[in-house]
Design a protein around this ligand. Structure first.
Ligand SMILES: [Zn+2]
Length: 1129
């Protein structure tokens, strides 16, 4: 239908010629009719054919005449508003045409003509979508002119007022304009107007006026000066009060969300209540920290969100595909080793199974594995620990000095409490062993106090490890013994005394000497599955409004620090909760009581740095039962969290544990996670913090409870656990050996375990089979906050040591090299992401520093060694936790998939790639309920080039090199759908991962295996896995905005259209009718008021008849009925 599309072009060209009024009106009529039906596609088509330019030139032609003919000009403006709203370049086009100032001048001449003014204001609004055009308008008095068109509360000319407010909002797109508006008092004027409208407009007829005003405030709030003006003029109070009203009245509901977002955005920035953002824990490094951690450089623009910065923020979302590695050489070629080959052989001792001669098989005596274990790993039993224990603690006295205050746990003789250390702040040079103990009775406390009196802080030293120890020690042991005897649960693989012993050797920066009860006592998964918590509707809104109250009624806020890691002398009021976190894995820096039952909590940054707040684990006591306590963790850093999608923190009650229920359970209600108004204490670049808020109702009064981000799993737990495992294995069948990979920066040993089957005999054949078993290397917990990875690893280790027939088969098929905790120092000190050098260890694999990242350096060294002796692992898998996704899934590496996804022109057909990298995930999808194949991906991203997965794949040539991510929350598919994962499910995942390895045994020449397949249901698809795209975020956008910086209510194109159409059809604002109010006019029939109606109702109903009649006007253009609409667009 080229004739028709030519028709459009001819129409546009005739429009510009503007021959006579009648024909111009007709053209406009036709165009409007064409554009007002169907979708925006027609408008975009018209724009592509020069529609905007034609309308602009018509505007110039008519508008520059001495006495413009508004009968024609108005429809031009109306159409220009509709079209320009969809034309990204309209501002630039208008400037080129010289239409910008013309429009502004016309407006200045038509302030008394409501309809004309409205049409001109829409056009100005549309022009101002370009910042340079807005500037031009501003420089020529546009802001003043438009502001003065906005009258006080009135019921007249609502359309024009709304158009003026929107045009004004559109101009507030530069800092200069906002500053100007503030200096002229316009923001406070508009605020006054907003309040007036709410007070006087009882019929709520002007919802759209209020929306337009909120739009103005949002634009102004993009700049610091705008926000300040808004706050100083009482904007928050006005919004708070009007919002209360809006929430009650149904029709006003749409004003609530923009108001809440605006309050959140304008709440004055408050520094996090700390002296410094830097971690309380510092550790002297062998070499000075690298420059990147010097992120303390003052940032003079830390005020945040100058407009320019805001715009940057919204633009820097990196395109994922850009991150994909497209350099085929980087994907295919193996880099040179990062160290001389001569250094590889030092790792030979880490393959004891290859060196061992199994002489004991001849002697047929029980082999003693521990004889080959390192002396450091030798049994550290409670007795030996006890003898070395010192008194470094005393009871923390209450305000009254009553040191025997106890927490009655209803067991008259088993009063629980935890000793508080009053040690001086962490001594950099002193990393005492963890001489920990759990205080369990008032009697014991007394002993501790006495000991403390003899050795006040500052005078303690090793020489204090003296005589009085015996008394307390024996007392303590007795207490623990009797407690355990009476209440101890039988927890498989957990022995409290062994835990004590392990903890005693753990080296922490602050020198922890208290054990957290749950780690000591042990944990059993709760009997029932725990569903995800339903999100209460509008929960964030309610929480933000509570926070706004704090600002408005600051006098009602208690604001009392009740716990401070840096101030152990702090006296906690008797009626507040008590907090404590100075124990292994603990993280809580400060607690501030803000209301009677509400506390702000501040997390400690990773040691030696001022970032990465995510993990928390602390003790809370002195509670009242059945009262909802609100907790706000105010310095979280991640941009979103599963806490917005049904995840709950975990809670452990000592009282429940002593009553036979030693469970970490999911707990907390009214949970949400959102950006708050806190800022860093010093000029740190990062300026965004998020609040995690949740409410806990404690079941028992005066209980001692623990709250954590996720199920804790300490380094000492691992050590104790390995010890128990070692004892548990049948040495006749299992070769289990624990060794030390290396020592960490803080001097903790990094354990490595070798598990395989003992050979049947010392015969050549059996030894040969053993020494040719492929190697599987598994690692975990490089990121300290990812405790779920440790629970998965626990499942793997226990399974591999078990008598299960599949485990036996796997041991006979493979040699397992397991490094269960790659970052002990981070775990011990309650960190979230880094090592003590403040580096993400999973970004150090390309060239790990032997001194600063020893665990990575030596793990890689062991891999080099295995490589050099031709024993490259068949599988490498690093266990992680994922804070933003559900399910468990694998990340792997594939050249082909990466090239395909990146759209690389490389011919992938000729590239050879073993598809075996998918076998394990396919198997897991079928056998592991929590696993989701659809969440897996095998893309090699540049930003991940230094991770374990990519380096082991690329440098070591391990085809099956993975990161296994386990959710902190739960699953959205399969039989665990809508349930939160517990330690049982995490451990099960560790077992299933082992099962999946059988799928590799199948294609090997080793004999066994097929008989084992049926044990794990490999071919039985029992699970209903939902399919979804792995490249998309797992979660839909949160119901409520987490961020507020990008939020801005927008006028939709359709809204503008209907406003314009309203202006066409209404007569209320026609000259001469000014006195009439709109409501009067609404009742009039449009047909009855043809005066001033530019697009006559009649012609709107039958445009094509009209066109046919006027056909001659268009010269030779042939437009048949309907044709023009059905083609070209
Ligand atoms: Zn991780």
């Amino acid at each position: 239908m080229t004739a028709s599309s030519t028709g459009l072009e001819v129409l546009l060209s005739n429009l510009q010629k503007a021959a006579d009024v009648e024909s111009t009106l007709n053209i406009l009529n036709v165009l409007d009719e064409l554009l007002s039906t169907g979708t925006d596609r027609r408008i975009f088509y018209m724009i592509s054919k020069g529609g905007s330019e034609a309308l602009l030139s018509a505007l110039i032609n008519i508008g520059t005449t001495f006495n413009p003919n508004y009968t024609v000009l108005l429809p031009v403006l109306h159409l220009l508003a509709k079209v320009g709203h969809r034309d990204h370049c309209i501002g630039m086009k208008a400037e080129e045409a010289g239409a910008v100032l013309l429009t502004l001048n016309l407006l200045k001449h038509n302030v008394k003509h409501a309809r004309r003014a409205a049409a001109l204001l829409w056009v100005i609004q549309v022009f101002s979508s370009s910042v340079s055009t807005a500037k031009l308008i501003g420089e020529n008095g546009g802001l003043d002119a438009i502001y003065h068109l906005i009258p006080q509360y009135t019921t007249k000319h609502l359309t024009t007022i709304q158009a003026a407010i929107h045009a004004f909002a559109a101009l507030l797109c530069t800092k200069t304009h906002i500053t100007f508006a503030v200096s002229k008092g316009y923001i406070s004027g508009l605020l006054q107007l907003y309040e007036d409208w709410h007070n006087k407009d009882n019929q709520h007829v002007a919802l759209s006026i209020c929306q337009a005003l909120l739009c103005c405030f949002h634009k102004a709030a993009k700049s610091t000066i705008g926000r300040q003006a808004f706050v100083t003029q009482g904007g928050i109070k006005v919004l708070y009060q009007t919002t209360q009203k809006c929430m009650r009245i149904k029709g006003l509901e749409t004003l609530v969300e923009p108001s809440v977002q605006l309050m959140r955005k304008c709440l004055p920035k408050t520094p996090v209540p700390l002296k410094s953002d830097h971690s309380v824990y510092t550790f002297p490094l062998p070499t000075p920290p690298r420059p990147h951690e010097m992120n303390m450089a003052p940032d003079d623009t830390s005020e945040e969100s100058d407009l320019e910065k805001d715009f940057e923020e919204s633009n820097n979302s990196r395109d994922y595909d850009d991150d994909l590695e497209t350099d085929v050489n980087k994907l295919r070629l193996r880099p040179e080793p990062d160290r001389p080959k001569a250094l590889f052989s030092q790792y030979s001792h880490l393959c004891p199974e290859l060196l061992h001669d199994f002489q004991e098989l001849d002697l047929s005596s029980d082999p003693d594995e521990s004889s080959t274990a390192s002396s450091d790993e030798e049994a550290v039993l409670l007795n030996s620990y006890s003898a070395r224990s010192t008194r470094r603690e005393r009871t923390r006295s209450t305000a009254s000095g009553d040191s025997s205050t106890s927490y009655d746990c209803s067991h008259s003789d088993t009063v629980m409490s935890t000793q508080r250390s009053t040690q001086a702040p962490a001594q950099i040079h002193d990393y005492p062993s963890h001489r920990s103990i759990l205080s369990t009775s008032p009697g014991f406390r007394t002993t501790m106090s006495e000991a403390m009196r003899e050795s006040p802080p500052g005078q303690r030293g090793d020489e204090q490890d003296g005589d009085e120890e015996g008394v307390g020690e024996s007392h303590c042991c007795t207490m623990i013994d009797s407690l355990l005897e009476r209440h101890g649960a039988c927890i498989l693989y957990h022995q409290p005394k062994l835990y004590c012993a392990a903890a005693a050797r753990t080296k922490s920066i602050p020198g922890f000497n208290i054990l957290a009860f749950p780690d000591f006592w042990g944990h059993l998964p709760p009997p029932k599955h725990e569903p995800m918590a339903p999100r209460r509707p509008n929960i964030q809104r309610l929480k933000v409004l509570e926070d706004v109250q704090r600002f408005l009624n600051s006098a009602d806020i208690i604001n009392k620090v009740v716990f401070d890691l840096e101030d152990s002398s702090l006296q906690c009021p008797s009626d507040s909760l008590r907090f404590f976190s100075k124990f292994e894995c603990g993280n809580l820096r400060k607690a501030i009581q803000v209301r009677r039952f509400e506390y702000d909590l501040v997390l400690n940054a990773d040691a030696n740095c001022s970032q990465h707040m995510q993990w928390f684990y602390f003790e809370v006591s002195n509670m009242v039962a059945d009262i909802p306590y609100r907790f706000n963790i105010i310095n979280c850093e991640k941009g979103n969290s599963q806490f917005n999608y049904g995840m709950q923190p975990v809670l452990y009650s000592v009282k429940e544990a002593l009553e036979g229920g030693p469970h970490w359970t999911r707990a907390g209600e009214e949970i949400c996670y959102f950006r708050n108004s806190f800022s860093p204490t010093q000029g740190r670049k990062r300026t965004t913090f998020y609040t995690l808020t949740f409410t806990i109702t404690f079941k028992h009064k005066e209980d001692v409870c623990y709250l954590a981000y996720h199920y804790p799993y300490t380094y000492s737990s691992l050590k104790a656990h390995l010890k128990v495992l070692q004892k548990s294995v049948d040495p006749a069948k299992v070769f289990f050996q624990q060794q030390i990979l290396c020592s960490t920066l803080a001097g903790n040993s990094c354990p490595m375990v070798t598990i395989t089957a003992r050979p049947a005999s010392r015969g050549w054949k059996d030894l040969h089979q053993l020494r040719n078993r492929p190697c599987i290397m598994l690692t975990a917990r490089v990121h300290p906050a990812e405790s779920n990875a440790s629970w998965v690893m626990k499942g793997t280790l226990e399974f591999l040591c078990s008598n299960d027939v599949v485990a036996q088969g796997l041991r006979e098929a493979f040699i397992f090299k397991i490094i269960p905790m790659l970052n002990p120092d981070g775990v011990i000190n309650g960190m979230s992401r880094c090592n003590l050098n403040c580096e993400d260890l999973n970004r150090q694999w390309c060239k790990p520093d032997p001194e600063l990242s020893p665990t990575i350096y030596h793990t890689k060294g062991l891999l080099y060694y295995l490589n050099s002796i031709g024993r490259t692992p068949l599988v490498f898998c690093d266990y992680h936790g994922h804070s933003r996704k559900k399910n468990v899934f694998l990340y792997g590496c594939s050249i082909k998939e990466t090239l395909w996804q990146s759209g690389s022109p490389v011919d992938t057909v000729r590239l050879k790639e073993d598809p075996g990298y998918r076998t394990i995930s396919k198997t897991l999808d079928r056998i592991a309920p929590a696993f989701s194949f659809n969440s897996c991906n095998y893309l090699v991203e540049k930003s991940r080039s230094a991770t374990a997965r990519v380096v082991v794949w690329r440098e070591m040539g391990v085809l099956r090199s993975y990161t296994m991510e386990s959710t902190f929350n739960g699953c959205d598919q399969g039989i665990y759908k809508s349930l939160q994962t517990g330690t049982r499910e995490l451990q099960e995942m560790g077992v299933k991962f082992c099962h999946s390895l059988l799928s590799l045994v199948k294609d090997m020449t080793i004999l066994y295996s097929n008989r084992l397949i049926h044990h794990i249901n490999l071919d039985h698809n029992i699970l209903d896995h939902k399919s979804h795209n792995c490249f998309e975020d797992d979660e839909p956008p949160c119901v409520e905005e987490i961020e507020y910086s990008t939020y801005c209510p927008k006028l939709k194109g359709s809204d503008l259209d209907s406003a314009v159409d309203g202006n066409i059809n209404s007569v209320d604002e026609e000259e001469g009718n000014e006195g009439k109010c709109q409501q009067d006019c609404v009742s009039q029939s449009p047909q009855s008021t043809t005066k001033g109606l530019l697009f006559h109702q009649q012609s709107r109903e039958a445009p094509f008849e009209a066109l046919s009649e006027k056909r001659n006007t268009y010269n030779s253009v042939s437009i048949a009925n309907g044709q023009i609409t059905s083609s070209g667009f």
